[in-house]
Ligand binder design. Sequence first.
Ligand code: MG
Length: 219
Amino acid sequence: MKAFFFDQDGILYDSMPKHARAWAEVMHRHGFDFSEEDAFVNEGRTGKEVIREAIWELEHREASEDEIWDIYEEQCEIFRTLGEVEPIEGVVDVLRFLKKNKKEIWVVTGSAKSSLLDNLNTRIGPFFDRSRMITAFDVTHCKPDPEPYLLAWDRSKYPKKDCCVIENAPLGVRSGKAAGLFVIAVNTGPLADAALWNEGADLVFPSMKELLEWLKSSD
Ligand code: MG
């Protein structure tokens, strides 16, 4: 493996519990039936898509771009009030190991939150380069569509067999597998491992520590 495509939320940042709380809160304010667990099930989709679908399901109508952005900004505001997010436990050791071994580190995320994207190098460590980041702003179709991972693979110039996806969300695993890539899931959230295996994950680890051991043993 030469290039590693890291998902952001739940893989680099321990941000999913706060995302889930912010989603449940903003949806409740707007009258949508949406739990914290729904946020984990939908993880990987862009905020825009989640809101569009919620409005369609509740009110059977197409949401306007303005109302989608208003609700999304409100979700971002609630997210910010919940405090700083920390790196996922053990991920810095994984990144350090890969950097030392001259592997390419990419970020492939549906996130549009500049508060997280712009601060990866200060909050996580000096591992990231903007030219190796695919975000919500770079693609037409977000996860679970394969486009984000296909774009990372295309830009990396490596054959698919040399690329590896690191994901925590079922829809992210689906995206990586649909792109024809090897996908390692690290289950950092509350869903059962089966949700990740069922989407075709090649490996599922309970934490970054086990991922690091596997990387060392297969190097
Ligand atoms: Mg994630």
